[in-house]
Design a protein around this ligand. Structure first.
Ligand code: ADP
Ligand code: UDP
Length: 238
């Protein structure tokens, strides 16, 4: 298979494949926080995030969510449908944490009385500023119809993941999704779903099982990813 790197991001490398509609995603062990200000590696993160993302995409597909994931040719790689990414980070929050807790003066762990959706404009230079539906319309980042689809898919994904994770004794605090247009122009779910872009707290102990362990220097970073992989798939990562 002829593959050419078309983009190297902070966590993944995207390669072309023989099929112009398909990309190969390579998951790296690199970890960044604070828009690249803090850099490090988390051993075997790439393998674990690839597996967890594949698992979540399969789970969502069973509930009728359209996504980009096709197959997993190796432990660190997945084949995906090539999308024209909508340049928004779509953040869904069930419990106040991180930047929301700071911005609104809420104690971390305060439940939101309904899910909260936020949008950030994907731009490393600008530090991913928060935007609303008016900015999105004015900057023509997505149409109103596409935004309706993105919001309703995000809420449905939140319901599916929250219920599933509860059975694994994990609370889904918040998470970030990315959507894109496929070759037919339809909006589908892209990117990844892993402890890199979700906050997972143990329901009993409230222990953090996600990238906050790296962001906040809490230690046992790899162990948290291993624990999540095990709770999701039953796999014990050596
Ligand atoms: P970042 O760009 O934030 O450093 P990554 O290292 O995760 O992030 O890079 C992956 C890039 O690929 C992101 O910019 C993401 O928007 C993009 N992407 C994710 N899924 C697809 C897809 N199916 N088609 C095209 N681009 C995608
Ligand atoms: N998030 C992400 N990428 C980003 C910013 C946030 O995946 O560039 C995720 C993050 O993992 C968390 C949620 O979005 O699950 C909300 O993050 P928050 O805005 O609180 O960001 P913080 O500044 O605390 O990382």
């Amino acid at each position: 298979m002829e593959k050419k790197a078309i983009y190297e991001g902070k966590a993944k490398i995207m390669y072309t494949t023989d099929d112009p509609d398909v990309l190969l995603v390579y998951y790296k062990d690199d970890a960044t926080a604070g828009n690249g200000a803090k850099k490090g590696t988390i051993e075997n993160k790439g393998i674990m995030n690839n597996k967890m993302s594949a698992f979540f995409f399969d789970l969502l597909a069973k509930e009728g969510i359209k996504h980009h994931y096709i197959s997993m040719p190796s432990d660190r790689e997945m084949l995906v449908k090539k999308l024209e990414i909508v340049p928004l980070e779509v953040i869904i929050r069930n419990v106040a944490a991180g930047s929301l807790a700071k911005r609104l003066g809420l104690k971390e762990g305060t439940p939101m009385s309904c899910p909260v959706i936020e949008f950030c404009y994907k731009s490393d230079e600008l530090g991913d500023p928060m935007v609303n539906r008016y900015h999105i319309r004015a900057m023509k980042l997505a149409t109103d119809e596409e935004m309706e689809t993105i919001e309703s898919m995000s809420l449905k994904i939140n319901d599916i993941l929250t219920k599933f994770l509860k059975e694994k004794n994990v609370d889904l605090i918040d998470f970030k999704l990315e959507f894109g247009r496929d070759k037919n122009g339809d909006i589908i779910l892209g990117d990844e779903i892993s402890p890199d872009n979700c906050r997972f707290w143990d329901s009993t102990t409230h222990e953090k099982l996600d990238k906050d362990r790296f962001r906040r220097d809490l230690g046992n970073v790899e162990d948290a990813y291993k624990e999540m992989l095990h709770r999701l798939t039953g796999e014990s990562f050596k």
